[in-house]
Ligand binder design. Structure first.
Ligand code: GLA
Length: 319
């Protein structure tokens, strides 16, 4: 039994991949997963560095891989404050930036619209802690409070039949989850075609199950589907924790427990949960091992450095 077989009837099981891992992790990807996300290759600055000329070579390589192996594809991501060419903002007023976003959405839609089942139309526009709703970014500075309304309208125009997603992190935080809820509710009330809410789930062993429960309950009231889009569970309780040579028994125990509890919850929401994606395939290649320039080996995924199933894997398979 593999992950994707076990969870058939519940939701798709996805992994973030890149042009390297589709070769080095091919066996695991094709055996265990039913959906993939490009870790970087479909991001704005990876398909165009100047906002005008496009190079789809890397994204195409992954698209071809998906087709060849019958994998579903999550498109990640259109409007985001990171990994976006600065050139698109230079001297742009609202109309000009909207025209650029529209043209970009059209490019992506025409190329991958038939392949993808969902698109992250916008990523991380909600501010974490402050009183205000929107993160201050170049997008926000130029487009203002309705920055997502057009983004979703363009995606609906150029990606017919694709589920349109709003995606964010710290999505289980008691303060931020309310803001994400308000953002999506507002969009829906204004008629924006938001079909699904993406929950990144970059968690750690100190993430609270109660917070997760409460946030899922809140989001389920939106009337859109949910997708867990970037799940990993860091073995360190905090970002500042010093690196260890190998995870302690206590770290592993907590990680296994949280994976198990979380998947039990996701199953409870199976009627609205479309897919659960981990951010990476196996522990030998994950962004958490080198986050913001700091080298700190992490073991956040379901497969180990040798691509063997970990305890966390067994914990979500054996119940
Ligand atoms: C965010 C983004 C992802 C990725 C991760 C870190 O969660 O949505 O695309 O960049 O950060 O790797």
């Amino acid at each position: 039994m593999t992950l994707k077989e076990k969870y058939r009837g519940y939701f798709d099981i996805g992994a973030a991949v890149n042009t390297g891992t589709i070769v080095s992790h091919n066996e695991l990807i094709t055996r265990e997963f039913s959906s993939i996300t490009c870790e970087n290759e479909m991001k704005y600055n990876r398909v165009t560095s100047d906002g005008k000329t496009y190079n789809f070579a890397d994204a195409d390589a992954i698209a071809e891989y998906a087709k060849k192996n019958g994998l579903k594809v999550r498109m990640h991501t259109l409007l985001w404050h990171n990994q976006v060419p600065d050139a698109i903002f230079e001297g742009a007023d609202k109309d000009a930036l909207l025209a650029t976003l529209k043209a970009h959405t059209q490019k992506i839609g025409e190329r991958y619209g038939k392949l993808i089942y969902v698109a992250d139309v916008a990523n991380e526009v909600v501010e974490d802690k402050e009183d205000y709703l929107y993160r201050r970014s170049k997008w926000y500075d130029i487009l203002g409070d309705t920055l997502l309304d057009e983004a979703f309208a363009y995606a609906a125009q150029y990606m017919p039949g694709v589920k349109l997603c709003y995606n964010d992190y710290n999505e289980m935080d008691p303060v931020k989850s309310k803001k994400i809820y308000e953002l999506v509710k507002g969009l829906l009330e204004r008629g924006a075609p938001v079909h699904t809410l993406g929950l990144q789930a970059h968690w750690s062993i100190s993430t609270s199950l109660d917070d997760i429960k409460r946030a899922l309950e809140l989001y389920s009231k939106l009337g859109v589907s949910l997708q867990v889009t970037e799940m990993d569970i860091s073995v360190y309780p905090t970002r500042e924790e010093p690196a260890v040579e190998k995870p302690s028994a206590d770290m592993i125990k907590k990680q296994v427990q949280l994976y198990r509890d979380a998947f039990a919850l996701f199953r409870e929401y199976k009627d609205i949960m479309d897919s659960v994606t981990t951010w990476g395939v196996a522990d030998d290649m994950t962004w958490l091992s080198r986050m913001r320039g700091v080298v700190r080996k992490n073991w956040p995924l379901l497969f180990d450095d040798d691509h063997q199933p970990k305890e966390a894997y067994h914990a979500i398979m054996d119940f």
